[in-house]
Ligand binder design. Structure first.
Ligand code: HEM
Length: 307
């Protein structure tokens, strides 16, 4: 986890020649990250690039990541995980904001008119890793080997091994409504104690709590986890208070299942009350290639034969 992050979602230009620019850019990304990152080693600069389903087909053709698909909206009415356009994702992270800013500027400069940025969020770490809603965020993230196993594609899709899937959603919070709740009600909604960050005991934790609804097990009863790196963001003067959700997994399935549990409910109707105070305004799914694959994508030829 870093102190700062910039999340950029862009869409591809409709002009076919611009696809060449983006493919060439894939071969440059690692060098640009190295160049900017070397300016402050302590800053821990890194960048993950993701490609949406339609963009993959336009840019790289076959073969394609086995589970890459457009994100379909989940839920209805006021409780809707929307699906919004997104061809390229940049998840830029560092402990120093200037590093994130410089890398974003350099990478976008190289892309030029080949893309249009449709969303850009500058996130920051809030006190002791707390989300905008005041609870510590990220506690139950898998770590080390476990994180690798849950998030990194293996032999199940060999050409895309060492890549990952990532789903992003931008949430805006009704902080007035949230802060009007008692701390006890908030704790029941999240499933953890607010101040101490200790999980509520199983016999009192509501089945509608965020923690309960996002806990998944497979057919063998083993827990299935995802890796989150959410960031608070906002503009107090504009009354904007948000959480940028970003979840990585080896397959989109667990992330989408968690969203179904949150937005529709498990069982239906037993939904995540956090959503009474949080509205998803974006939502897109991407495949993130490994560094070696990203470099070779520069040489890919699409089905239509353009290089
Ligand atoms: C409004 C946006 C969100 C906020 C503010 C938020 C906040 C939190 C907080 C405070 C926790 C408890 C501490 C922790 O383990 O991290 C948590 C847990 C978790 N969240 Fe979220 N979250 C949001 C959206 C999501 C979404 C969209 C997903 C999945 C699609 C998700 C998946 C999880 C998971 C898997 C856990 C760990 C559950 C456990 O094992 O107890 N969250 N979240």
């Amino acid at each position: 986890m870093t102190r700062h992050a910039i999340f950029i979602v862009a869409i591809l230009s409709p002009i076919p020649e611009h696809l060449d620019t983006v493919r060439a850019w894939c071969g440059d990304v690692a060098a640009v990250v190295r160049s900017v990152g070397k300016r402050s080693l302590a800053g821990q600069l890194s960048c993950v690039c993701g490609f949406g389903s339609a963009a993959w087909d336009r840019l790289f053709g076959a073969p394609r990541p086995a589970q890459l698909h457009p994100f379909s909206a989940i839920g209805t009415g006021d409780r809707l995980a929307v699906s919004t356009p997104g061809d390229i994702l940049l998840h830029i992270r560092a402990d120093e904001k200037d590093l994130c800013f410089e890398l974003a500027a350099q990478l976008l400069k190289k892309l030029g008119d080949a893309v249009t940025v449709v969303d850009e969020v500058h996130g920051f770490r809030y006190f002791d890793q707390r989300a905008m809603i005041g609870f510590v965020d990220g506690t139950e993230n898998p770590e080390g080997h476990e994180a690798f196993d849950y998030t990194v594609i293996g032999q199940e899709d060999a050409p895309f091994s060492c890549g990952s899937y990532v789903l992003v959603q931008k949430y805006l919070h009704d902080m007035k409504g949230w802060n009007a709740l008692t701390v006890e009600t908030q704790e029941n909604i999240i499933g953890r104690h607010k101040q101490s960050n200790i999980e509520l005991d199983a016999d009192v934790k509501p089945s509608y709590s965020h923690s309960s609804l996002t806990t998944l097990t497979d057919e063998q009863g083993n827990e299935v986890k995802i890796l989150r790196d959410n960031m608070p963001f906002g503009k107090p003067g504009m009354r904007e208070f948000g959480t940028y959700f970003i979840g990585y997994a080896r397959s989109p399935q667990p992330i989408e299942q968690m969203l179904e549990n949150m937005f529709i409910g498990r069982p239906a109707g037993n939904y995540d009350r956090l959503l009474d105070f949080s509205r998803a305004v974006t939502g897109s799914l991407f495949f993130t290639p490994s560094v070696p694959l990203l470099e070779t994508l520069a040489d890919r030829t699409t089905a239509s034969g353009s290089t």
